[in-house]
Design a protein around this ligand. Structure first.
Ligand code: SF4
Length: 98
């Protein structure tokens, strides 16, 4: 059985497919690969997932992912999808998109 989780950032909705995992008895969100398909909020902040590999500008105290970074922001604690608010990362991404 499938359902969807919806995340809203700056008024922009992201709909994520959730599948029921019989083994653990819970719905699990299928997290998009934002490195493969970059997605930005209306103000230009990149969407990132908690499990995404950290970038060179991360401040994660040794942890390897965005979810551990001080620049990771979510709508609710524990969300697996959020935005990056690191200005250095935003500048780099703008340079890459020119
Ligand atoms: S700076 Fe942004 S992209 Fe880089 S690790 Fe932190 S949250 Fe992820």
């Amino acid at each position: 059985m499938e359902k969807y989780s919806t995340f809203v950032f700056e008024g922009m909705s992201i709909k994520i497919l959730s599948r029921y995992d019989e083994d653990i008895g819970k719905y699990i969100d299928e997290i998009p690969d934002f490195e493969e398909e970059p997605t930005f909020t209306p103000s230009g902040k990149p969407l990132v997932s908690a499990v995404q590999d950290r970038c060179p500008f991360a401040e994660t105290e040794g942890m390897p992912d965005c979810g551990s970074c001080k620049f990771y922001r979510t709508n609710s604690p524990g969300d697996l999808i959020g935005v990056c608010i690191n200005e250095n990362n935003l500048k780099q991404r703008k340079k890459e998109s020119i």
